[in-house]
Design a protein around this ligand. Structure first.
Ligand SMILES: Cc1cc2nc3c(=O)[nH]c(=O)nc-3n(C[C@H](O)[C@H](O)[C@H](O)COP(=O)(O)OP(=O)(O)OC[C@H]3O[C@@H](n4cnc5c(N)ncnc54)[C@H](O)[C@@H]3O)c2cc1C
Length: 434
């Protein structure tokens, strides 16, 4: 397979283009091979090198390192999520484990940026779970109660307050949680590439085509060359299924987002000069909307099941129109030609929003399937799967292993029909929120 992405991600355009990357052009052997160089794979590489300083470690990516979803996301480093299904007591316990994992994820990213002095526009400004439908008050209240029970600082806000904070009349109710951080996702992953240790060799634009386990090694075939590895760690997230990994437990979803140019002074004044903020939808298929510190508006309001490689420019333009509608709804007074960048990215989902973290077979490991919340969890899972692959244990692994495991999914075409139907109804329910 080859991974083809459009080239217009707003976060990436703000960075220096990567140069001097190496493509795999010889047959190699190594102790550890990592497939996929996003937050997960790069964190595996960093940790493996720390534990195994005299081993040969190779990391390979199908495209430029870090330029998949790790640079293309909305930049919410979350401590809590809604829409996780936590109505029964049993589910509340699951939710507790989930938020413990989020908390570990935040602290691992925090340590990383502190240790390496990373500037990724870190802002501990919290986030809003918001809706334009006042009837969603009951969902908001219930969520707020659960958050309070779990000691998460939160409060319910209504239209007038929201107008002041967000600069739009659109939202009628929101649960504001003070935990959760907004970052520039591309800056974070770029820093992970820049500090890769010397005993890690990175090859880019080198997709893994197929792999098989032999007795004492794993044989990996790339376009022209091969790598024989003693151990392999798969970190391809939305592309796990296309490599036949846990294929009945996860599936890819394509998300698209757009970002405006920075608002000028007049436009900024017209929306009340708000500080940076982030809104997540109360209804599952509603829009994620962010106002950035350099006064851009980001909107992500599509999620689809499709071939991960197939987003053409024409398809993207159609999605851009949906983003534009979402923007106009929220900011009717702004000009309607503000969008500067539109892009797509692939995430991995499981049926019950649980993550994948395990040894698949002797010497074969996988971490991924973050259900759209992989900044912190991907960084955490990367470091921890490296510990597991080095035959070591940790408290974090024990906590991760307590989570509910992903549920089985039927094969296609049943899966396709099931997911498409669910997405259709969720979209319908969230029509006003898109
Ligand atoms: C639009 C959008 C918004 C999002 N918003 C948020 C958010 O606000 N907060 C949050 O926490 N998460 C968010 N996410 C999800 C988050 O981006 C992912 O969970 C995260 O990037 C996962 O990191 P990763 O390293 O596991 O995978 P990726 O970043 O997807 O990296 C996987 C890498 O594997 C490579 N690869 C794939 N196939 C092969 C192959 N055959 N051979 C070699 N390499 C291969 C890819 O090129 C890619 O670079 C969002 C995602 C999208 C798309």
């Amino acid at each position: 397979m080859s991974v083809v992405n459009d080239n217009s991600c707003g976060w990436l355009r703000g960075l220096e283009p990567r140069k001097n990357y190496k493509i795999l052009n010889q047959n190699l052997k190594c102790d550890f091979l990592i497939i996929g160089a996003g937050y997960t794979g790069l964190s595996v590489a960093r940790k493996l090198s720390e534990i195994n300083s005299n081993k040969k470690i190779i990391i390979v990516d199908a495209q430029l390192a870090g330029e998949g979803s790790s640079s293309r996301n909305s930049g919410y480093l979350v401590d809590t999520t809604l829409n996780d299904g936590f109505t029964s007591n049993k589910d509340i316990n699951n939710y507790k484990t989930k938020v413990k994992i989020y908390k570990l994820g935040i602290s691992v990213v925090k340590n990383f940026i502190k240790q390496h002095q990373v500037d990724c526009d870190w802002n501990e400004c919290g986030k809003y779970f918001a809706s334009s439908i006042i009837e969603d008050r009951s969902i908001a209240k219930k969520f707020s109660e659960i958050l309070s029970m779990l000691s998460f600082n939160n409060k319910i806000l209504y239209k007038e307050d929201l107008k002041k904070k967000l600069g739009t009349n659109f939202y009628k109710i929101a649960v504001y949680t003070s935990g959760g951080i907004l970052i520039n996702p591309a800056k974070l992953v770029r820093a992970m590439i820049d500090i890769l240790p010397l005993n890690v060799e990175l090859f880019e634009n080198s997709p893994l085509i197929k792999w098989k386990k032999n007795n004492s090694f794993i044989d990996c075939q790339f376009e022209k060359n091969s790598i024989k590895a003693n151990k392999i760690i798969f970190c391809t997230n939305g592309f796990l299924k296309s490599l036949n990994i846990k294929k009945n437990f996860n599936f890819p979803l394509t998300l698209t987002a757009s970002m405006t140019r920075p608002l000028d002074n007049e436009e900024f004044k017209s929306i009340g000069q708000p500080k940076e903020w982030g809104v997540l939808p109360i209804r599952p298929m509603g829009a994620t909307v962010r106002f950035t510190k350099d006064r851009r508006i980001l909107i992500r309001n599509t999620a689809e099941m499709r071939d991960p490689d197939s987003m053409s420019n024409y398809d993207l333009e159609k999605r851009k129109l949906i983003h534009l509608k979402g923007l106009i709804k929220r900011f009717p007074n702004l000009k309607n030609n503000l969008i500067e960048d539109s892009w797509s990215g692939i995430v991995s989902r499981s049926r019950n929003s649980s993550q994948i973290f395990e040894m698949l077979d002797k010497n074969i490991f996988v971490a991924g399937c973050y259900n759209g919340s992989g900044i912190g969890v991907g960084t955490l899972f990367g470091e921890q799967i490296a510990i597991m692959a080095s035959d070591q244990q940790s408290n974090e692994i024990e906590i991760i292993n307590k989570r509910v495991k992903p549920n089985w999914l039927p094969p296609n075409p049943i899966l396709n029909v099931g997911v498409q139907t669910r997405l259709f109804f969720e979209r319908l329910r969230a029509k006003s929120e898109i």
